[in-house]
Design a protein around this ligand. Sequence first.
Ligand SMILES: Cc1cc2nc3c(=O)[nH]c(=O)nc-3n(C[C@H](O)[C@H](O)[C@H](O)COP(=O)(O)O)c2cc1C
Length: 364
Amino acid sequence: MLHYSPSKINCDSPMPEHPTLQPSPQHVLDRTLSLAPMMGCTDRHCRYLLRLLSPNTLMYSEMLTTGALMYGDVAKFLRHGDDEPCALQLGGNDPAALRACARLVEDAGYQEVNLNVGCPSDRVQSGGIGACLMAKPALIADCVAAMLAEVQIPVTVKTRIGINDKDQYEHFQHFIETVYAAGCRVFIIHARKAVLGGLSPKDNREIPPLKYDYVYRIRAEFPDCQFILNGGINDVASALEVLPRVDGLMLGRAPYANPWLLAELELALYQHRSIDRLAALDDYLGYMARQVEIGEPLKHMARHLLGWFTGIRGARAFRRELSTYMFEPGSGVEVVQQALIKAGLDQAPELDIPPSFAATASGA
Ligand SMILES: Cc1cc2nc3c(=O)[nH]c(=O)nc-3n(C[C@H](O)[C@H](O)[C@H](O)COP(=O)(O)O)c2cc1C
């Protein structure tokens, strides 16, 4: 079932010349907690797995370029299941192409389409997409307007707080203002600038300082928008500290490295106790077996399990076993079962009392 109700804002064509101030369906998805889009990580298998622990997280796909989608195998690229609510992230800079792709995304059953204006990689930059587009707010406004004109699902933008020397608050404010005028009402802000040409993507996720105050300030200036804060939220305590000042949090590396963090956040934010790790893994084993049967290599699914037992005795042995054998051609789910047994993790009844639940239960 979709978690939003369509409204007029997204279906008028041609593109709006003036900002529309009608209530937008963009507000209807629960954005308290999101999983960040991550190339090479948040594919459909990963989203299926993490959904087992967290019914409330809004999942984001890896970035998909408009070129890949328009000239590639659409069904293959957009295939997904049991990961809803899920947003698909597009990379592009051509309003017509983005409009066409947004239609494909909606038709494929995603609940949101997101535009990447934050990726700093050289390859992405040489294609004129990602973070370099922060220098072209009017073009992003055209892109967003084109997408909004095509689909009913929310159209959102994920961006940084600046690029290179354009990192003053006023530049950021101008960018948001311009894209807002095209109808965008949900912004996901990775709260550090991108240094283009000077830093690797990895360094660009670590070196430029986080400036959450930009997000707090812009949120106060655009009260009919939602601002989702991203960057450096690594545990329940920091999530609880920051959440009251924004409309939601997006987490990337931390929950990928330790999926159980999502179970802890479910408990802290929704008072929802997830199924335990072994029960979820059992479900995923069934999923993997079905996927292997239709020709998907085991390694595509098993790699998302490498952090499954993070923080638990045996985690390292499990990871070692799994990464040794999952790449062997023709391997099946028995590789995961063997890794569990070898790591002594196949029977662990005490495994899954989340720390925050244990603290609550003991009155701490
Ligand atoms: C391996 C990896 C791949 C990423 N790929 C994307 C991507 O495709 N699109 C995007 O907008 N951000 C991408 N990011 C950035 C994340 O979405 C997020 O903004 C960043 O990791 C900061 O959040 P965190 O501190 O919670 O990890 C990627 C990050 C990582 C670590």
